[in-house]
Design a protein around this ligand. Structure first.
Ligand code: NAD
Length: 292
């Protein structure tokens, strides 16, 4: 049976280290990192994410601002708010929660955020810097996924890694991070032929598809590490339930280690967002980024 990778515990430890780093920055440099989160509209899942982000930001001792705008907000109104936050020296990180209402072009908004404050790492400058191996702010879920893989496997050098999904938010950046770790990386997607055959090659599988329980145990190489990024809400036995992109029951019998859903990658995302905010604050002030 696979070792269960406890992302909740890892994220708690990371948040504690971030809290310590924030205290030191306040004491030694008078710097309190600050994160502004912008929510447009009433999407229930987004509301929960934004509330959790704000709560955890305050818990580690940082400043938090929440901007809640109506679903009817125009693109120019949102861009004006982003420009205002770009200029505010107390705001070190800006996050615009996705998805945005259809009258707003997401790419335009994301690319208006100052790249130095882009703690989600979605600005084209940060994506370009990541793909050319330059220092950048890196998307949170991919960073959290790789942290968990490294925690359980140690060095990833030379491993066969298969990433399922090619989104700009998860699939592509996680593949870039694995390349930096010297993995041999395959990106599989909706047009991949013989997905089970591709996945069977992998020492490390990262599933970011958005299809409940798609990856089955008999797709896995025995002993593989499985990082399940998917968060899917399904109905089972008349009850709502969260499941990943991997069929946990069959995968845990074959994998060497696996993240559960919930309690795996999910908690890592906000912890990595706080990590990015501290980093962004230090870089904006010319202070060395503390170890966290
Ligand atoms: P997305 O819809 O943007 O991308 C999904 C990708 O999966 C696409 O690239 C597509 O090619 C691929 N795909 C679709 N069907 C496929 C199939 N049958 N076989 C192989 N590939 C297929 O989704 P996303 O934003 O990358 O998110 C993926 C999942 O991760 C979702 O469940 C999402 O909820 C979850 N997620 C979790 C976190 C977190 O843990 N905090 C953060 C972001 C996303």
């Amino acid at each position: 049976m696979a070792k269960i990778i406890d992302g909740k515990a890892y994220a708690e430890g990371l948040r504690a280290r971030i809290g310590k780093a924030v205290k030191t920055l306040q004491a030694e440099h008078g710097l309190t990192p600050g994160l502004a989160v912008v929510l447009v509209g009433e999407d229930p899942a987004s509301k929960v994410y934004v509330a959790n982000k704000a709560k955890q930001t305050v818990e580690v001792g940082m400043n938090s601002w929440e901007y809640k705008l109506p679903a009817t907000t125009s693109e120019s109104e949102l861009l004006a708010l982003v420009e205002k936050l770009n200029k505010d020296p107390a705001v070190h990180g800006i996050l615009v929660q996705l998805p945005l209402p259809k009258q707003i072009e997401s790419a335009k908004v994301l690319n208006t955020i100052d790249p130095a404050k882009d703690v989600d790492g979605f600005h084209v400058v940060n994506a370009g810097r990541l793909s050319t191996g330059q220092d950048s702010l890196v998307p949170c879920t991919p960073v959290g996924s790789v942290m968990l893989a490294k925690d359980v496997l140690g060095k990833l050098d030379g491993l066969e890694a298969v990433v399922i999904g090619r989104s700009n938010i998860v699939g592509k950046p996680v593949a870039q991070l694995l390349l930096q770790e010297n993995c041999t990386v395959t990106i599989a997607h909706s047009r991949t032929r013989d997905l089970p055959g591709v996945v069977r090659r992998a020492d490390l599988v990262i599933a970011a598809v958005g299809r409940p329980e798609m990856v089955k145990g008999d797709w896995l190489k025995p002993g593989a590490c499985v990082i399940d990024v998917g968060i899917n809400r399904i109905e089972r036995d008349g009850k709502g339930k969260l499941v990943g992109d991997c069929d946990f029951a069959s995968c845990e019998k074959v994998a060497g280690s696996i993240t559960p859903v919930p309690g795996g990658v999910g908690p890592m995302t906000i912890a990595c967002l706080l990590h990015n905010t501290v980093r962004a604050a230090c870089q904006q002030k010319g202070i060395p980024v503390p170890q966290m």
